[in-house]
Ligand binder design. Structure first.
Ligand SMILES: [Zn+2]
Length: 346
């Protein structure tokens, strides 16, 4: 990336109402078969245009072809029975009915690679593609086969690596692994979670990112955040492992959160995708608010390594709010570029 402070999003963006019911997680598709395949491609064109219009530099698929950032990947695998469901506690936070691992997991075919090729054909802009991280995947399943979180994570890491290599070959510039579970299971991260993530990234030449957040702006998450006190120091437990890892970029929740930004100093040398947009509120940030968050982060991130971003995905928001937030992100980044004496064209 030659441009200073290149903007991007954490991943998901709202879908058009003709594709799926808006402002809802796991929203069902409004069509099926060939019509759905066509509609998904149309949605990729729309999300790309909206990101471009908002001045986003590193674009994504906005997760337009997936119902959910974890489930859709798992649906493409063998060894998981979606009919056989058990209730488990997700990220120690809320109970959910989840599918069961009933046999050895395998990836009989690529899952997002055709979508990635399609998006690559539409733009020359750098593309970031998100995949679920191994630890976050195991946390959304009941495991009746391996009966070991570590073993299942390792098996998923191998399958993620196959997918990631094909995405890289399709021309994806940054592959991001979403690991919100890293913010909950610190001991496991340090025992085997980071090793599993390294396995998922093994042999990749493209840029590798990890996204660790406090979740979508849904009630279970905002209720949980209310219990975390005035200072959120969870990142402190995992940053040393990330610092030592081969991860190139770290995507973090910063704006409106209680994360002390000086923790970012622990990642000095890594590129940091600083979340300057709160995804848990419909209030659209002003460019000056975005700039204030970026300015604070610049105390702890080298300027050539700061990537303005959103705190998390924006799927639960309305399209209008998401568009406003993306435009604010771009405008806020431009304020800082001007302060630094570089223009957007630099
Ligand atoms: Zn997130």
């Amino acid at each position: 990336m030659t441009k200073l402070l290149p903007t991007s999003t954490a991943g998901s963006l709202p879908k058009p109402a003709w594709l799926a019911e808006p402002e809802k997680l796991w929203s069902p598709w409004k069509m099926d078969g060939a019509a759905l395949a066509q509609a998904k491609q149309d949605a990729l064109r729309v999300t790309l245009a909206e990101q471009r219009d908002a001045g986003i530099d590193i674009v994504s698929d906005g997760e337009q072809t997936r119902q959910h950032f974890v489930t859709t990947f798992i649906e493409g695998l063998e060894g998981v029975d979606f009919e056989q469901r058990e209730t488990v506690r997700i990220r120690d936070r809320y109970d959910a009915s989840v599918p069961t691992v009933v046999g050895a997991v395998a990836r009989p075919r690529s899952i997002f690679v055709e979508d990635a090729k399609f998006l690559r054909g539409l733009t020359d802009a750098p593309i970031k593609w998100a995949l679920p991280g191994p630890m976050t995947m195991i946390d959304t399943l009941y495991d009746a086969h391996y009966r070991s979180r570590e073993k299942l994570a390792w098996e998923f890491a191998k399958l993620l690596n196959e997918e990631a290599k094909e995405l890289e070959a399709a021309g994806i510039d940054i592959i991001q692994f979403d690991e919100p579970a890293f913010n909950v299971f610190f001991e496991e991260v340090n025992d085997w979670g980071m090793a599993a993530l390294e396995r998922a990234m093994e042999g990749l030449d493209c840029q590798k990112a990890v996204h660790v957040c406090y979740g979508y702006g849904i009630k279970a998450n905002t209720d949980w955040k209310a219990t975390l006190g005035s200072e959120w120091r969870q990142y402190e437990m995992i940053f040393p492992a990330i610092q030592k890892s081969s991860v190139d970029l770290v995507s973090l929740e910063c704006h409106n959160s209680h994360v002390p930004l000086d923790l970012i100093e622990m990642l000095r040398g890594k590129k940091v995708m600083v979340g300057a947009i709160d995804v848990a509120t419909n209030t659209i940030e002003t460019p000056e608010e975005v700039a204030a968050t970026l300015r604070k982060a610049l105390q702890f991130v080298d300027v050539d390594k700061l990537y303005p971003c959103t705190n998390c995905g924006m799927t639960p928001l309305s399209r209008q709010v998401a568009r406003g937030k993306l435009a604010a992100l771009s405008a806020g980044a431009e304020i800082i570029r001007r302060e630094l004496g570089v223009s957007a064209a630099a």
